[in-house]
Design a protein around this ligand. Structure first.
Ligand code: C2O
Ligand code: CU
Length: 540
Protein backbone atom coordinates (compact mmCIF):
# COMPACT_ATOMS: atom_id res chain seq x y z
CA UNK A 1 0.00 0.00 0.00
CA UNK A 2 2.92 2.28 -0.67
CA UNK A 3 2.03 5.71 -1.90
CA UNK A 4 4.25 7.02 -4.65
CA UNK A 5 3.82 10.23 -6.57
CA UNK A 6 4.27 10.98 -10.27
CA UNK A 7 3.96 14.12 -12.32
CA UNK A 8 2.38 13.97 -15.79
CA UNK A 9 2.76 17.15 -17.84
CA UNK A 10 0.80 17.21 -21.10
CA UNK A 11 2.25 19.28 -23.93
CA UNK A 12 2.01 19.56 -27.69
CA UNK A 13 5.45 18.51 -28.86
CA UNK A 14 6.90 18.15 -32.37
CA UNK A 15 7.70 14.58 -33.46
CA UNK A 16 9.01 13.20 -36.74
CA UNK A 17 8.02 9.83 -38.19
CA UNK A 18 7.97 8.62 -41.83
CA UNK A 19 9.92 11.74 -42.95
CA UNK A 20 7.21 14.05 -41.78
CA UNK A 21 6.84 16.30 -38.79
CA UNK A 22 3.82 17.19 -36.69
CA UNK A 23 2.94 18.31 -33.20
CA UNK A 24 1.49 15.58 -30.99
CA UNK A 25 -0.05 15.53 -27.52
CA UNK A 26 2.34 13.72 -25.16
CA UNK A 27 3.07 13.21 -21.44
CA UNK A 28 6.42 14.53 -20.14
CA UNK A 29 7.62 15.00 -23.72
CA UNK A 30 7.71 11.22 -24.25
CA UNK A 31 6.13 9.02 -26.89
CA UNK A 32 5.13 6.39 -25.83
CA UNK A 33 4.67 7.97 -22.42
CA UNK A 34 6.43 7.16 -19.13
CA UNK A 35 6.10 3.73 -17.49
CA UNK A 36 4.57 3.55 -14.02
CA UNK A 37 6.20 0.86 -11.88
CA UNK A 38 4.20 -0.38 -8.92
CA UNK A 39 3.81 -3.27 -6.51
CA UNK A 40 0.60 -5.25 -5.93
CA UNK A 41 -1.83 -3.32 -3.74
CA UNK A 42 -0.09 0.08 -4.09
CA UNK A 43 -1.82 3.41 -4.29
CA UNK A 44 -0.19 5.85 -6.70
CA UNK A 45 -0.90 9.53 -7.04
CA UNK A 46 -0.42 11.12 -10.46
CA UNK A 47 -0.53 14.90 -10.64
CA UNK A 48 -1.75 15.63 -14.17
CA UNK A 49 -0.96 19.10 -15.57
CA UNK A 50 -2.51 20.07 -18.89
CA UNK A 51 -0.14 22.48 -20.63
CA UNK A 52 -1.40 21.59 -24.10
CA UNK A 53 -3.95 23.33 -26.32
CA UNK A 54 -6.75 20.77 -26.03
CA UNK A 55 -8.93 19.24 -23.32
CA UNK A 56 -7.78 15.89 -22.01
CA UNK A 57 -8.55 13.15 -19.47
CA UNK A 58 -6.42 10.17 -18.37
CA UNK A 59 -7.70 6.63 -17.70
CA UNK A 60 -5.86 3.79 -15.90
CA UNK A 61 -6.99 0.89 -18.07
CA UNK A 62 -7.74 -2.24 -16.03
CA UNK A 63 -7.20 -0.66 -12.61
CA UNK A 64 -10.33 -1.42 -10.58
CA UNK A 65 -10.21 1.74 -8.42
CA UNK A 66 -12.24 0.19 -5.58
CA UNK A 67 -15.00 2.59 -4.44
CA UNK A 68 -13.18 5.44 -6.16
CA UNK A 69 -14.50 6.05 -9.69
CA UNK A 70 -13.45 9.72 -9.38
CA UNK A 71 -10.03 9.02 -10.89
CA UNK A 72 -11.17 6.59 -13.58
CA UNK A 73 -11.01 9.18 -16.35
CA UNK A 74 -13.46 8.66 -19.25
CA UNK A 75 -14.66 12.11 -20.26
CA UNK A 76 -18.26 12.97 -19.42
CA UNK A 77 -18.64 9.59 -17.71
CA UNK A 78 -16.65 10.09 -14.49
CA UNK A 79 -15.25 13.58 -14.99
CA UNK A 80 -15.22 16.62 -17.19
CA UNK A 81 -12.02 17.23 -19.14
CA UNK A 82 -8.91 18.80 -17.63
CA UNK A 83 -8.81 22.09 -19.47
CA UNK A 84 -5.66 23.73 -20.84
CA UNK A 85 -3.82 25.45 -18.00
CA UNK A 86 -5.40 23.37 -15.23
CA UNK A 87 -4.47 20.23 -13.31
CA UNK A 88 -6.00 17.25 -11.53
CA UNK A 89 -4.45 14.85 -8.97
CA UNK A 90 -5.55 11.32 -9.80
CA UNK A 91 -5.24 8.26 -7.61
CA UNK A 92 -4.48 4.81 -9.02
CA UNK A 93 -5.73 2.36 -6.40
CA UNK A 94 -4.47 -1.17 -7.02
CA UNK A 95 -6.00 -4.21 -5.35
CA UNK A 96 -5.47 -7.68 -6.85
CA UNK A 97 -4.13 -6.61 -10.28
CA UNK A 98 -0.76 -8.21 -11.01
CA UNK A 99 1.27 -8.06 -14.23
CA UNK A 100 0.80 -5.45 -16.94
CA UNK A 101 -1.79 -2.72 -17.45
CA UNK A 102 -1.58 0.64 -19.13
CA UNK A 103 -2.80 4.21 -18.96
CA UNK A 104 -4.18 6.28 -21.82
CA UNK A 105 -6.10 9.45 -22.63
CA UNK A 106 -9.87 8.94 -22.61
CA UNK A 107 -11.03 12.00 -24.54
CA UNK A 108 -11.65 12.08 -28.30
CA UNK A 109 -8.86 10.22 -30.08
CA UNK A 110 -5.96 11.61 -28.02
CA UNK A 111 -5.02 8.17 -26.75
CA UNK A 112 -3.24 7.67 -30.11
CA UNK A 113 -0.24 9.49 -28.62
CA UNK A 114 -1.09 9.68 -24.91
CA UNK A 115 -0.40 6.24 -23.43
CA UNK A 116 2.14 4.24 -21.45
CA UNK A 117 2.69 1.05 -19.45
CA UNK A 118 1.73 0.27 -15.84
CA UNK A 119 3.82 -2.59 -14.48
CA UNK A 120 2.66 -4.25 -11.27
CA UNK A 121 5.21 -6.46 -9.54
CA UNK A 122 4.40 -9.18 -6.99
CA UNK A 123 4.62 -8.16 -3.33
CA UNK A 124 7.43 -10.64 -2.74
CA UNK A 125 10.11 -9.75 -5.25
CA UNK A 126 10.36 -12.23 -8.16
CA UNK A 127 7.57 -14.33 -6.74
CA UNK A 128 6.19 -15.32 -10.15
CA UNK A 129 4.21 -18.50 -10.81
CA UNK A 130 6.71 -19.23 -13.64
CA UNK A 131 10.52 -19.40 -13.86
CA UNK A 132 12.09 -16.08 -12.92
CA UNK A 133 12.90 -14.11 -16.07
CA UNK A 134 16.38 -12.62 -16.52
CA UNK A 135 14.94 -9.31 -17.74
CA UNK A 136 11.60 -7.65 -18.42
CA UNK A 137 10.71 -5.57 -21.47
CA UNK A 138 7.52 -3.64 -22.26
CA UNK A 139 6.45 -3.70 -25.92
CA UNK A 140 3.72 -1.26 -26.91
CA UNK A 141 1.99 -1.63 -30.28
CA UNK A 142 0.83 1.72 -31.63
CA UNK A 143 -0.42 3.52 -34.70
CA UNK A 144 0.71 6.67 -36.53
CA UNK A 145 -1.05 9.11 -38.83
CA UNK A 146 0.99 11.74 -40.67
CA UNK A 147 -1.90 14.15 -40.24
CA UNK A 148 -3.21 15.45 -36.95
CA UNK A 149 -5.24 12.81 -35.09
CA UNK A 150 -8.09 15.18 -34.18
CA UNK A 151 -8.36 16.09 -37.87
CA UNK A 152 -8.52 12.38 -38.72
CA UNK A 153 -11.38 12.07 -36.21
CA UNK A 154 -13.28 15.09 -37.55
CA UNK A 155 -12.92 13.91 -41.16
CA UNK A 156 -14.03 10.44 -40.16
CA UNK A 157 -17.19 11.72 -38.44
CA UNK A 158 -18.07 14.09 -41.27
CA UNK A 159 -17.41 11.56 -43.96
CA UNK A 160 -19.48 8.80 -42.35
CA UNK A 161 -17.40 5.96 -43.74
CA UNK A 162 -14.33 4.32 -42.29
CA UNK A 163 -11.48 6.43 -40.86
CA UNK A 164 -8.47 7.31 -42.97
CA UNK A 165 -6.05 4.44 -42.70
CA UNK A 166 -3.13 5.21 -40.46
CA UNK A 167 0.24 5.58 -42.15
CA UNK A 168 2.09 3.09 -39.98
CA UNK A 169 1.86 0.70 -37.09
CA UNK A 170 4.50 1.07 -34.38
CA UNK A 171 6.51 -1.06 -31.98
CA UNK A 172 7.58 1.03 -28.98
CA UNK A 173 6.94 4.23 -30.92
CA UNK A 174 8.85 3.19 -34.09
CA UNK A 175 7.45 2.00 -37.45
CA UNK A 176 10.42 -0.26 -38.25
CA UNK A 177 12.56 -1.12 -41.27
CA UNK A 178 9.77 -1.66 -43.79
CA UNK A 179 8.46 1.92 -43.67
CA UNK A 180 10.19 4.93 -45.29
CA UNK A 181 12.77 6.88 -43.24
CA UNK A 182 12.41 4.56 -40.25
CA UNK A 183 15.30 2.08 -40.43
CA UNK A 184 17.76 3.89 -38.20
CA UNK A 185 15.24 4.21 -35.34
CA UNK A 186 13.81 0.68 -35.37
CA UNK A 187 13.33 -0.70 -31.86
CA UNK A 188 16.01 -3.28 -30.95
CA UNK A 189 15.85 -5.81 -28.16
CA UNK A 190 19.31 -7.09 -27.29
CA UNK A 191 19.29 -10.60 -25.85
CA UNK A 192 21.87 -12.99 -24.49
CA UNK A 193 21.80 -16.64 -25.57
CA UNK A 194 20.23 -18.87 -22.91
CA UNK A 195 18.39 -16.10 -21.08
CA UNK A 196 14.63 -15.69 -20.63
CA UNK A 197 12.80 -12.40 -21.17
CA UNK A 198 9.38 -11.46 -19.83
CA UNK A 199 7.71 -9.36 -22.53
CA UNK A 200 4.88 -7.15 -21.33
CA UNK A 201 2.87 -6.40 -24.45
CA UNK A 202 0.22 -3.69 -24.73
CA UNK A 203 -2.01 -3.08 -27.76
CA UNK A 204 -2.42 0.70 -27.91
CA UNK A 205 -3.52 0.61 -31.57
CA UNK A 206 -6.67 2.68 -32.19
CA UNK A 207 -8.78 0.57 -34.51
CA UNK A 208 -7.38 -2.92 -34.94
CA UNK A 209 -6.86 -6.26 -33.33
CA UNK A 210 -3.23 -7.25 -34.08
CA UNK A 211 -1.26 -10.41 -34.83
CA UNK A 212 2.33 -10.49 -33.54
CA UNK A 213 5.10 -13.02 -34.00
CA UNK A 214 8.88 -13.47 -33.70
CA UNK A 215 10.93 -15.24 -36.39
CA UNK A 216 12.25 -18.67 -35.31
CA UNK A 217 10.99 -18.28 -31.73
CA UNK A 218 7.86 -19.52 -30.04
CA UNK A 219 6.72 -17.86 -26.83
CA UNK A 220 5.05 -18.92 -23.56
CA UNK A 221 2.04 -16.80 -22.64
CA UNK A 222 1.71 -16.49 -18.84
CA UNK A 223 -0.70 -13.62 -18.21
CA UNK A 224 -3.20 -11.20 -19.68
CA UNK A 225 -4.94 -8.07 -18.39
CA UNK A 226 -3.01 -8.15 -15.08
CA UNK A 227 -4.02 -11.71 -14.22
CA UNK A 228 -2.02 -14.93 -14.62
CA UNK A 229 -3.06 -17.76 -16.91
CA UNK A 230 -1.89 -21.36 -17.28
CA UNK A 231 1.17 -21.22 -19.57
CA UNK A 232 0.46 -21.53 -23.30
CA UNK A 233 3.05 -22.22 -26.01
CA UNK A 234 2.39 -20.37 -29.23
CA UNK A 235 4.25 -19.12 -32.29
CA UNK A 236 2.07 -16.02 -32.58
CA UNK A 237 0.01 -13.67 -30.40
CA UNK A 238 -3.43 -12.17 -31.03
CA UNK A 239 -3.97 -8.99 -29.03
CA UNK A 240 -7.02 -6.70 -28.90
CA UNK A 241 -6.77 -2.94 -28.50
CA UNK A 242 -6.86 -2.38 -24.74
CA UNK A 243 -5.58 -5.84 -23.90
CA UNK A 244 -2.19 -6.68 -22.38
CA UNK A 245 -0.35 -9.99 -22.76
CA UNK A 246 2.66 -11.15 -20.73
CA UNK A 247 4.82 -13.80 -22.35
CA UNK A 248 8.22 -15.43 -21.88
CA UNK A 249 10.70 -15.36 -24.71
CA UNK A 250 13.64 -17.74 -24.47
CA UNK A 251 16.74 -16.67 -26.39
CA UNK A 252 17.53 -20.19 -27.56
CA UNK A 253 18.21 -19.80 -31.28
CA UNK A 254 21.43 -19.44 -33.23
CA UNK A 255 22.87 -16.00 -32.32
CA UNK A 256 21.82 -13.64 -35.11
CA UNK A 257 19.28 -10.93 -35.85
CA UNK A 258 15.58 -11.84 -36.04
CA UNK A 259 12.56 -9.73 -36.81
CA UNK A 260 9.53 -9.49 -34.61
CA UNK A 261 6.53 -8.21 -36.54
CA UNK A 262 2.89 -7.21 -36.18
CA UNK A 263 0.04 -6.66 -38.60
CA UNK A 264 -3.72 -6.31 -38.48
CA UNK A 265 -6.29 -9.03 -37.97
CA UNK A 266 -9.30 -7.78 -39.94
CA UNK A 267 -12.41 -9.59 -41.03
CA UNK A 268 -13.30 -6.79 -43.45
CA UNK A 269 -11.21 -5.47 -46.35
CA UNK A 270 -10.02 -1.87 -46.54
CA UNK A 271 -7.46 -1.40 -43.78
CA UNK A 272 -3.79 -0.57 -43.37
CA UNK A 273 -2.16 -3.85 -44.41
CA UNK A 274 1.42 -2.81 -43.67
CA UNK A 275 3.71 -4.60 -41.23
CA UNK A 276 5.63 -3.03 -38.35
CA UNK A 277 8.87 -4.67 -37.28
CA UNK A 278 11.51 -4.55 -34.56
CA UNK A 279 14.72 -6.52 -34.14
CA UNK A 280 15.89 -9.17 -31.69
CA UNK A 281 19.66 -8.92 -31.65
CA UNK A 282 21.72 -11.65 -29.94
CA UNK A 283 24.90 -10.54 -28.23
CA UNK A 284 28.16 -12.06 -29.42
CA UNK A 285 30.42 -12.27 -32.43
CA UNK A 286 28.79 -13.30 -35.68
CA UNK A 287 28.16 -11.72 -39.03
CA UNK A 288 24.73 -10.18 -38.86
CA UNK A 289 22.48 -10.94 -41.82
CA UNK A 290 21.85 -8.00 -44.14
CA UNK A 291 18.17 -8.72 -43.91
CA UNK A 292 16.98 -10.75 -40.92
CA UNK A 293 14.29 -13.40 -41.17
CA UNK A 294 10.67 -12.20 -41.05
CA UNK A 295 8.23 -14.27 -38.97
CA UNK A 296 5.18 -15.73 -40.66
CA UNK A 297 2.10 -14.00 -39.26
CA UNK A 298 -1.44 -15.42 -39.61
CA UNK A 299 -3.31 -14.11 -42.68
CA UNK A 300 -5.17 -10.82 -42.21
CA UNK A 301 -8.58 -12.48 -42.24
CA UNK A 302 -7.70 -15.60 -40.26
CA UNK A 303 -10.57 -15.50 -37.76
CA UNK A 304 -9.73 -18.96 -36.54
CA UNK A 305 -6.16 -17.94 -35.63
CA UNK A 306 -7.56 -14.94 -33.81
CA UNK A 307 -10.22 -16.64 -31.69
CA UNK A 308 -8.41 -19.92 -31.06
CA UNK A 309 -5.46 -18.09 -29.49
CA UNK A 310 -7.58 -16.33 -26.85
CA UNK A 311 -9.82 -19.39 -26.56
CA UNK A 312 -6.93 -21.27 -24.94
CA UNK A 313 -6.68 -18.91 -21.94
CA UNK A 314 -7.36 -20.53 -18.54
CA UNK A 315 -6.94 -19.01 -15.10
CA UNK A 316 -4.28 -20.53 -12.85
CA UNK A 317 -6.98 -21.49 -10.37
CA UNK A 318 -4.79 -22.79 -7.56
CA UNK A 319 -4.73 -21.90 -3.87
CA UNK A 320 -2.48 -18.87 -4.39
CA UNK A 321 -4.54 -17.60 -7.34
CA UNK A 322 -8.09 -18.84 -6.76
CA UNK A 323 -10.96 -18.46 -9.22
CA UNK A 324 -14.03 -16.68 -7.90
CA UNK A 325 -16.49 -16.95 -10.79
CA UNK A 326 -20.16 -16.51 -9.78
CA UNK A 327 -21.91 -19.90 -10.00
CA UNK A 328 -25.41 -18.49 -9.68
CA UNK A 329 -26.41 -15.37 -11.51
CA UNK A 330 -28.94 -12.86 -10.18
CA UNK A 331 -28.66 -10.41 -13.05
CA UNK A 332 -28.83 -11.78 -16.61
CA UNK A 333 -28.20 -9.60 -19.63
CA UNK A 334 -27.83 -9.96 -23.37
CA UNK A 335 -26.24 -6.97 -25.09
CA UNK A 336 -26.11 -6.70 -28.87
CA UNK A 337 -23.27 -4.75 -30.50
CA UNK A 338 -24.07 -3.37 -33.93
CA UNK A 339 -22.73 -1.01 -36.50
CA UNK A 340 -25.80 0.55 -38.10
CA UNK A 341 -26.65 2.55 -41.17
CA UNK A 342 -29.32 5.19 -40.97
CA UNK A 343 -31.48 6.66 -43.73
CA UNK A 344 -30.11 9.55 -45.79
CA UNK A 345 -32.06 12.09 -47.85
CA UNK A 346 -30.36 14.60 -50.13
CA UNK A 347 -26.90 13.88 -48.72
CA UNK A 348 -27.97 14.44 -45.14
CA UNK A 349 -28.31 11.42 -42.91
CA UNK A 350 -30.04 10.76 -39.61
CA UNK A 351 -26.92 10.01 -37.52
CA UNK A 352 -26.29 12.32 -34.53
CA UNK A 353 -23.77 14.29 -36.61
CA UNK A 354 -25.62 13.86 -39.89
CA UNK A 355 -23.58 10.82 -40.81
CA UNK A 356 -24.61 7.58 -42.45
CA UNK A 357 -22.97 5.11 -40.08
CA UNK A 358 -23.30 4.81 -36.33
CA UNK A 359 -23.07 2.09 -33.70
CA UNK A 360 -25.17 0.87 -30.82
CA UNK A 361 -25.49 -1.44 -27.83
CA UNK A 362 -28.95 -3.00 -27.49
CA UNK A 363 -30.01 -0.68 -30.28
CA UNK A 364 -29.19 2.48 -28.29
CA UNK A 365 -26.55 4.81 -29.69
CA UNK A 366 -24.77 6.41 -26.74
CA UNK A 367 -24.91 10.19 -26.66
CA UNK A 368 -22.37 11.95 -24.46
CA UNK A 369 -23.97 14.16 -21.78
CA UNK A 370 -22.67 17.67 -21.13
CA UNK A 371 -21.74 17.01 -17.51
CA UNK A 372 -20.24 13.83 -16.09
CA UNK A 373 -22.67 11.01 -15.26
CA UNK A 374 -20.78 10.30 -12.03
CA UNK A 375 -21.26 13.86 -10.85
CA UNK A 376 -24.96 13.78 -11.79
CA UNK A 377 -25.39 10.47 -9.94
CA UNK A 378 -23.59 11.66 -6.80
CA UNK A 379 -25.31 15.03 -6.63
CA UNK A 380 -28.68 13.69 -7.85
CA UNK A 381 -28.80 16.06 -10.80
CA UNK A 382 -31.72 15.09 -13.01
CA UNK A 383 -32.04 14.84 -16.78
CA UNK A 384 -28.39 14.04 -17.43
CA UNK A 385 -28.84 10.31 -17.97
CA UNK A 386 -31.59 7.73 -17.75
CA UNK A 387 -31.46 4.50 -15.72
CA UNK A 388 -33.33 2.49 -18.32
CA UNK A 389 -30.62 0.70 -20.22
CA UNK A 390 -32.37 -2.57 -21.13
CA UNK A 391 -31.01 -5.93 -19.98
CA UNK A 392 -32.00 -7.39 -23.34
CA UNK A 393 -32.28 -6.10 -26.89
CA UNK A 394 -35.74 -4.70 -27.66
CA UNK A 395 -36.57 -7.59 -29.97
CA UNK A 396 -35.30 -11.05 -30.74
CA UNK A 397 -34.36 -12.01 -34.23
CA UNK A 398 -31.58 -13.68 -36.10
CA UNK A 399 -28.76 -11.27 -35.10
CA UNK A 400 -26.19 -12.81 -37.36
CA UNK A 401 -28.26 -13.46 -40.49
CA UNK A 402 -26.93 -12.11 -43.78
CA UNK A 403 -29.74 -9.58 -43.85
CA UNK A 404 -30.84 -8.49 -40.40
CA UNK A 405 -34.30 -7.00 -39.83
CA UNK A 406 -34.72 -3.33 -40.59
CA UNK A 407 -35.40 -2.58 -36.90
CA UNK A 408 -31.66 -2.91 -36.34
CA UNK A 409 -30.84 -0.25 -38.91
CA UNK A 410 -32.27 2.58 -36.88
CA UNK A 411 -31.22 2.56 -33.23
CA UNK A 412 -32.39 5.35 -30.94
CA UNK A 413 -30.08 7.90 -29.37
CA UNK A 414 -29.78 7.77 -25.60
CA UNK A 415 -27.67 8.27 -22.48
CA UNK A 416 -28.84 5.28 -20.50
CA UNK A 417 -27.28 3.51 -17.52
CA UNK A 418 -27.96 0.01 -16.27
CA UNK A 419 -28.22 0.01 -12.47
CA UNK A 420 -26.79 -2.93 -10.51
CA UNK A 421 -27.44 -3.82 -6.88
CA UNK A 422 -24.31 -4.00 -4.76
CA UNK A 423 -22.81 -7.51 -4.84
CA UNK A 424 -25.27 -8.78 -7.42
CA UNK A 425 -23.85 -11.51 -9.63
CA UNK A 426 -23.96 -10.39 -13.22
CA UNK A 427 -23.86 -12.29 -16.49
CA UNK A 428 -23.66 -10.51 -19.82
CA UNK A 429 -23.80 -12.21 -23.17
CA UNK A 430 -22.08 -9.95 -25.70
CA UNK A 431 -23.78 -10.70 -29.02
CA UNK A 432 -22.31 -9.39 -32.25
CA UNK A 433 -24.73 -8.59 -35.07
CA UNK A 434 -24.42 -8.49 -38.82
CA UNK A 435 -26.33 -5.23 -39.26
CA UNK A 436 -23.87 -3.56 -41.64
CA UNK A 437 -21.52 -6.50 -41.86
CA UNK A 438 -20.06 -8.31 -38.91
CA UNK A 439 -16.78 -7.49 -37.23
CA UNK A 440 -15.03 -8.54 -34.01
CA UNK A 441 -15.64 -6.12 -31.13
CA UNK A 442 -13.06 -5.94 -28.32
CA UNK A 443 -15.34 -5.10 -25.38
CA UNK A 444 -13.83 -3.43 -22.32
CA UNK A 445 -15.36 -2.91 -18.86
CA UNK A 446 -14.13 -0.28 -16.40
CA UNK A 447 -14.07 -0.83 -12.62
CA UNK A 448 -13.87 -4.61 -12.59
CA UNK A 449 -12.51 -7.55 -14.52
CA UNK A 450 -14.85 -10.28 -15.71
CA UNK A 451 -14.53 -14.02 -16.12
CA UNK A 452 -14.90 -15.10 -19.74
CA UNK A 453 -16.98 -18.29 -19.34
CA UNK A 454 -17.93 -19.06 -22.93
CA UNK A 455 -18.00 -17.98 -26.58
CA UNK A 456 -19.16 -19.20 -29.94
CA UNK A 457 -20.17 -18.22 -33.47
CA UNK A 458 -23.71 -17.38 -34.59
CA UNK A 459 -26.61 -16.56 -32.27
CA UNK A 460 -26.32 -17.30 -28.58
CA UNK A 461 -28.60 -20.19 -27.61
CA UNK A 462 -30.03 -19.61 -24.12
CA UNK A 463 -30.86 -23.32 -23.68
CA UNK A 464 -27.81 -25.02 -25.03
CA UNK A 465 -24.76 -22.75 -24.81
CA UNK A 466 -24.68 -22.32 -21.00
CA UNK A 467 -24.18 -26.08 -20.69
CA UNK A 468 -20.68 -25.59 -22.05
CA UNK A 469 -19.64 -22.69 -19.80
CA UNK A 470 -16.28 -22.99 -18.10
CA UNK A 471 -16.97 -22.27 -14.42
CA UNK A 472 -13.78 -24.00 -13.27
CA UNK A 473 -10.85 -21.97 -14.61
CA UNK A 474 -12.14 -19.21 -16.95
CA UNK A 475 -9.67 -16.36 -17.60
CA UNK A 476 -10.14 -13.07 -15.75
CA UNK A 477 -9.95 -10.22 -18.30
CA UNK A 478 -10.95 -6.59 -18.73
CA UNK A 479 -11.09 -6.63 -22.55
CA UNK A 480 -12.40 -9.51 -24.65
CA UNK A 481 -12.80 -9.72 -28.41
CA UNK A 482 -16.30 -10.88 -29.28
CA UNK A 483 -15.86 -12.97 -32.44
CA UNK A 484 -17.33 -11.76 -35.72
CA UNK A 485 -21.02 -12.70 -35.89
CA UNK A 486 -20.64 -14.55 -32.63
CA UNK A 487 -21.07 -14.16 -28.89
CA UNK A 488 -19.06 -14.17 -25.66
CA UNK A 489 -20.40 -14.59 -22.12
CA UNK A 490 -18.78 -12.92 -19.11
CA UNK A 491 -19.60 -13.02 -15.39
CA UNK A 492 -18.61 -10.79 -12.51
CA UNK A 493 -19.76 -9.70 -9.09
CA UNK A 494 -20.82 -6.04 -8.93
CA UNK A 495 -18.80 -5.33 -5.77
CA UNK A 496 -17.40 -1.96 -6.81
CA UNK A 497 -19.81 0.92 -6.20
CA UNK A 498 -19.56 3.68 -8.80
CA UNK A 499 -20.21 4.62 -12.40
CA UNK A 500 -18.39 2.38 -14.88
CA UNK A 501 -18.18 2.53 -18.64
CA UNK A 502 -18.51 -0.47 -20.95
CA UNK A 503 -17.43 0.04 -24.56
CA UNK A 504 -15.88 -1.38 -27.67
CA UNK A 505 -12.15 -0.54 -27.70
CA UNK A 506 -12.15 0.16 -31.46
CA UNK A 507 -12.03 3.95 -31.38
CA UNK A 508 -14.18 4.36 -34.48
CA UNK A 509 -16.98 2.35 -32.85
CA UNK A 510 -16.78 4.42 -29.65
CA UNK A 511 -17.09 7.60 -31.71
CA UNK A 512 -20.20 6.13 -33.33
CA UNK A 513 -21.78 5.44 -29.93
CA UNK A 514 -20.88 1.83 -29.05
CA UNK A 515 -20.79 2.36 -25.30
CA UNK A 516 -23.04 2.22 -22.25
CA UNK A 517 -22.75 2.77 -18.52
CA UNK A 518 -23.18 0.63 -15.41
CA UNK A 519 -24.03 2.18 -12.08
CA UNK A 520 -23.27 -0.10 -9.15
CA UNK A 521 -25.19 1.11 -6.11
CA UNK A 522 -23.70 1.49 -2.65
CA UNK A 523 -24.13 -1.45 -0.30
CA UNK A 524 -24.82 -1.34 3.42
CA UNK A 525 -21.98 -0.32 5.69
CA UNK A 526 -19.10 2.08 5.29
CA UNK A 527 -16.86 -0.33 3.39
CA UNK A 528 -19.52 -0.81 0.72
CA UNK A 529 -20.00 2.83 -0.15
CA UNK A 530 -18.39 5.05 -2.75
CA UNK A 531 -15.72 7.37 -1.34
CA UNK A 532 -16.32 11.13 -1.59
CA UNK A 533 -14.89 13.10 -4.53
CA UNK A 534 -11.51 14.84 -4.29
CA UNK A 535 -11.62 18.65 -3.98
CA UNK A 536 -9.97 19.27 -7.36
CA UNK A 537 -12.41 17.44 -9.69
CA UNK A 538 -12.24 19.31 -13.03
CA UNK A 539 -15.30 21.58 -13.33
CA UNK A 540 -17.82 21.01 -16.10
CU1 C2O B 1 -8.76 1.47 -22.45
CU2 C2O B 1 -12.45 2.95 -21.63
O1 C2O B 1 -10.57 2.24 -22.03
CU1 CU C 1 -16.66 -2.51 -32.02
Amino acid sequence: ALISRHKFVLTDTPYTRLCSNKSILVVNGQFPGPTINATEGDTIVVDVYNQARENVTIHWHGVKQPRYPWSDGPEYITQCPIQPGSNFSQKIILSDEIGTLWWHAHSDWSRATVHGAIIIYPKKKNNYPFPKPDAEVPIILGEWWKSDVQTVLTDFLNDGGGPNDSDAFLINGQPGDRYPCSRSDTFKLTVEYGKTYLIRMINAVMNNIMFFSIANHSVTVVGSDASYIKPIESDYITISPGQTIDFLLKANQKPSHYYMAAHVYASLPGFDNTTTTAIIEYEGNYTSPSSPLLPSLPMFNDTNASVSFTGRFRSLGNKDYPVDVPKNVTNMNLFTFSVNTVPCFNNSCDGPLGQRLLASVNNITFVQPSIAILQAYYQRIRNVYGDDFPSNPPFTYNYTADIVPQALWTPRNGTEARVLEYNSTVEIVFQGTNAVGGIDHPIHLHGQSFYVVGWGFGNFDRDRDPLNYNLVDPPLMNTIAVPINGWTTVRFKASNPGVWLLHCHLERHVSWGMEMVFITKDGKGKEARMLPPPPDMPPC
